[in-house]
Design a protein around this ligand. Structure first.
Ligand code: 13P
Length: 259
């Protein structure tokens, strides 16, 4: 059975003192034995302080992006080696905001994902269609292209070390969540695609997170879907109370329909 994973993407929020406060409140709110894996992904500037604060807690550390090279003349960039150095275990890659505002392609995301796996960082690779693509009836085609492109050349063994997040762009920061039926349809589609590309074992084991306006009051209905294995949370991860509630709600009902 796949263990739930709840990841908070803080995006470009929180100064160092604010980050320290937030992580302390999250730690205080979480029980010592969470049934879910919990990850927080602060901005680069707060990684060090958060790393020290989550040490020996149930919370893991993740970054929001990285370069694919180990080091070099890439002004402004951060390498996988540097993230490892700070104690990161996860890294979000190919978030729709990076695809849209920084023109990140599947090819670039693929290079980054390969580098992450090489450095023993677990990439959380984001996929998802825009509203126009969904209305055109092209949602599955778009997501298929993103999955194929982002993991081109991956072996099944490498795929066992990754996480995918389905984040429909129209549901991010809009308060508009995918309905449980829409989420399950796409998650099941992605799992079927993984089976076709990498085999049954990868498809059965790989965690697929849902992201897009996840809140405490919609967590349970999303997390009990058979192919939804956790959440990538934006806005609601910026407040300890709502993030902790989401973590608790995520394992509230682990009985899968049809299981
Ligand atoms: P919101 O939860 O604010 O919609 O953001 C989702 C997201 O982009 C997480 O990566």
């Amino acid at each position: 059975m796949r263990k739930k994973l709840i990841a908070g993407n803080w995006k470009m929020f929180k100064t160092v003192p604010e980050a320290a406060n937030l992580v302390n409140s999250i730690k205080a709110g979480l029980s010592k034995f969470s049934d879910a894996d919990v990850v927080i992904c602060p901005p680069f500037t707060a990684l060090q302080v958060v790393s020290q604060l989550v040490n020996e807690s149930v919370v893991d550390l993740g970054a929001q992006d990285m370069h694919f090279e180990t080091e070099g003349a890439y002004t402004g960039e951060i390498s996988p080696l540097m993230l490892k150095d700070l104690g990161c275990r996860y890294v979000i890659l190919g978030h729709s905001e990076r695809r849209a505002y920084f023109q990140e392609s599947d090819e670039l995301i693929n290079r980054k994902a390969k580098a992450a796996v090489k450095f023993n960082l677990i990439p959380i690779v984001c996929v998802g269609e825009t509203l126009a693509e969904r209305e055109d009836g092209r949602a599955q085609e778009v997501v298929r292209g993103q999955v194929r492109g982002s993991f081109a050349g991956f072996t099944p063994e490498e795929m066992e070390k990754v996480v995918i997040a389905y984040e429909p762009v129209w549901a991010i920061g809009t308060g508009r969540t995918a309905t449980p039926a829409q989420a399950e349809e796409m998650h099941a589609f992605v799992r079927g695609l993984l089976k076709e590309l990498f085999g049954e074992s990868v498809a059965g084991e790989l965690r697929i997170l849902y992201g897009g306006s996840v809140k405490p009051d919609n967590t349970q209905e999303l997390m009990r879907l058979p192919d939804v294995d956790g959440a990538l949370v934006g806005g609601a991860s910026l407040k300890a109370e709502s993030f902790v509630q989401i973590v608790n709600e995520s394992t509230h009902d682990t009985v899968k329909e049809g299981a």
